[in-house]
Design a protein around this ligand. Sequence first.
Ligand SMILES: Cc1ncc(COP(=O)(O)O)c(C=O)c1O
Length: 467
Amino acid sequence: MALYQRKDIRDNLEDSIFGSRDSEIRMPKYRFPKTESDPKVILEVLKDELFLDGNARQNLATFCQTFEEQEVHEIMDLSINKNMIDKDEYPQTAAIEERCVHMIADLWHAPESKNTVGTSTVGSSEACMLGGLAMYWRWREKREKEGKDTSRPNLVTGPVQVCWEKFCRYWDIELREVPMERESLAMTPGTMLEHIDENTIGVVATFGLTFTGKYEPVKALCDALDQLSGEKGIDLDLHVDAASGGFLAPFCAPDIPWDFQNPRVKSISASGHKFGLAPLGCGWVLWRDRGDLPKRLVFHVNYLGGDMAVFQLNFSRPAGQVISQYYEFLRLGYEGYRKIHMNCYRTAQYLAASIEKTGLFDILYDANPEKGIPALAWALKKDAKVNFNLYDFADKLRSRGWQVPAYSLPKDAQDVVVQRILVRQGFGLDMAELFMEDFRRTLTFFEGHEVVTPLTQREAGGFNHAG
Ligand SMILES: Cc1ncc(COP(=O)(O)O)c(C=O)c1O
């Protein structure tokens, strides 16, 4: 899809990007080049152009990995030509994917008596789409068997990532996103029940909310659904969107009963490329039992002359991310994941304490492993005597390369503007101290430079990954 209109770009067709170093080079931007060029020159020019991007390691907005060991680069290089869908040509890669599914099933307490199935995906969005689709089909098949209406499906969720809005829009399902309770800043059993009716296909709980980092209370939501089933006969499944928490809680808060330990949890999705520590382009979705994945959604490809079932939106897909995921599992094990993630929690806690010490901000979430992911979120105190808003603050921090998004919370709490930091491997205490120096420098700057026209969310342009 063309994102730019031709008429808007025609004026820029002749832009030169080199000028000072090699004035003979002009990078074609909108017209297909007629001739070949020297690969070294093109590589250099491209590298230079990429300097204009933000520095990924200073991107404190993203949940995704921005640090990889050298071995991962080697694996990605080795597998650049492997297609994940070609199970017959690359049977060992297919076997590695299967091993990952088994290992994740183990991590998420899949019941041994069940036939847990799963697949790798491009990321959590595809994984959520597949989990949601299976849930929708199960609900529809059940209703059709009972001779009931299936024309007005709805999905009940807390404050979800945009992938669930997409899911609902693409499949024509009403999204019933419960408004954010000010106290809990998440869906509670009470608010969930208020939104359910007989057309509800199921519930999505987010284990690591995009807006604050907090975990939604999966067990309490399941208990409330049990009660609803007993009282009204409405029997609903739950999908856990554990994009971040799925590879955190098993190592750092193993006692939280958020996963397949709850019989109502029929599917779970997570991003391998977030706290699974795989490079970008890796997600996972697992179903409690083969029976929870409707047969008609499954397609079949060749595998060693035989047949392998697949359920994915894409056909061709790079395999390196999945092989790297397996590398990380073997390389780190339970202990390694725990060490890396606990260091992230400690760094985030240091940041939360330091920001609170300034006396100007309320900390909304402070990276407690029992409550959420290694992130922190804060808002300006109501009575803070300052002459800037958080959008101005985010904008000024960018002048030192730090990307720290500021955004308003969803429905019912939209007047609360927050700023959030995600701590991932590669952002340790040393970097955090340097960040805090810039944070305090920014406060001092605003003491001397009053903001005359405050920025808006749109102008500050911070991307919060909620969509
Ligand atoms: C809760 C949640 N679900 C889904 C997604 C989408 O994940 P991905 O970027 O892997 O598609 C995100 C991304 O931040 C998320 O936080």
